[in-house]
Write a protein that binds this ligand. Structure first.
Ligand SMILES: NC(=O)c1ccc[n+]([C@@H]2O[C@H](COP(=O)([O-])OP(=O)(O)OC[C@H]3O[C@@H](n4cnc5c(N)ncnc54)[C@H](OP(=O)(O)O)[C@@H]3O)[C@@H](O)[C@H]2O)c1
Length: 296
């Protein structure tokens, strides 16, 4: 079996480094870094993410403020909440939990977030800066995947990375991040999606294969080159009567079969998920430092 990349342990390591740094920074500046989180509606997965984010803030002594808005909330109210957080000096990072209910224009709402507080890296200005190689904030999941690889001793430079998925929050920013002309990047990147004709043929050429599709168990062992590194971003809830919750979480990779082919592989849960939260904390600290004129 390939080596398991323990995202939970790596995320814990990052958080404990951040906690020590936050202690020093809080003393220096006279206040703690602050994160404002907005959750609209009651999407169960979103509620779990928001709870995990709150726990991480508490653990690291980051000040956090939550706004829980009704699923039928008027756009005007959401707009005012974002504007209030933009102006709040205690808040360094703003996170608008996606997806939003259908009556709200996601694009317009994300665009209202002050780019200097956009710790999720979803604002168009921050996506553009990443494309330019002058990033302010990089989206947390792509950043988490990069850190997971680097901290597991995987060589990204010169490797062929195949990413399956081209979303604006995972696939596209990850491709852009790993192809940068910078240390920890310099990969040759191929991006696949649902219209890719010969998916297995392409994935088999990957040194590092990243699955970010939202399609349970779709990457099978025959799609992976023996010895490749496999990162599973997917989080899918599938019914499971043996669980109290009635479901279990699986990734986009057929883990049981692929683990015997890959040299290293991330599990779901416990792989990319905890890294996303750790990177949100890291981006909040980064924003705090920039807003207080401290080096990042
Ligand atoms: N671990 C974390 O922290 C974290 C963070 C964010 C997301 N996620 C998970 O990652 C997954 C992807 O999220 P997302 O927001 O990027 O999803 P998304 O917006 O739905 O995008 C999915 C992408 O995968 C492609 N795709 C879907 N099925 C495919 C298939 N059978 N073959 C090839 N390509 C396929 C789609 O192609 P088209 O463009 O052609 O439709 C699309 O580009 C989800 O399971 C999500 O829950 C995890």
């Amino acid at each position: 079996m390939g080596e398991l990349i323990d995202g939970k342990a790596i995320a814990e390591q990052i958080k404990s480094q951040l906690k020590a740094e936050i202690g020093t920074l809080t003393e220096k500046v006279g206040r703690a870094p602050g994160l404002g989180v907005i959750l609209v509606g009651d999407n169960p997965a979103s509620k779990v993410y928001v709870t995990n984010k709150r726990k991480a803030c508490d653990e690291l002594n980051i000040f956090s403020q939550e706004y829980l808005l009704d699923k039928h909330v008027e756009e005007r109210v959401l707009r005012e909440t974002i504007e209030q957080l933009n102006k709040d000096d205690r808040i360094d990072g703003i996170l608008l939990q996606l997806p939003l209910p259908d009556h709200l224009d996601e694009d317009a709402m994300v665009s209202l977030i002050e780019p200097a507080k956009d710790v999720d890296g979803f604002h168009k200005l921050n996506l553009g800066r990443l494309l330019w190689g002058k990033e302010l904030f990089v989206a947390c999941t792509p950043l988490g995947v990069q850190q997971l690889l680097l901290r597991s001793g995987v060589k990204i430079e010169g490797s062929h990375v195949v990413i399956v998925g081209r979303s604006n929050i995972v696939g596209k920013p990850l491709a852009t991040l790993l192809m940068q002309k910078k240390p920890g990047a310099n990969a040759t990147v191929t991006v696949c999606h649902s219209r890719t004709g010969n998916l297995g043929e392409i994935t088999r050429t990957a040194d590092i294969l990243v699955a970010a599709m939202g399609s349970p168990g779709t990457i099978t062992a025959d799609m992976v080159r023996p010895g490749a590194v496999v990162v599973d971003v997917g989080i899918n809830r599938i019914p499971d009567e043996t669980r109290k919750s009635g479901y279990r979480l699986v990734g986009d990779v057929d883990f049981d079969a692929v683990k015997d082919v890959a040299s290293k592989i991330t599990p779901v849960p416990g792989g990319v998920g905890p890294m996303t939260i750790a990177m949100l904390m890291a981006n909040t600290v980064r924003s705090f430092k920039m807003r207080n004129g401290l080096p990042v």
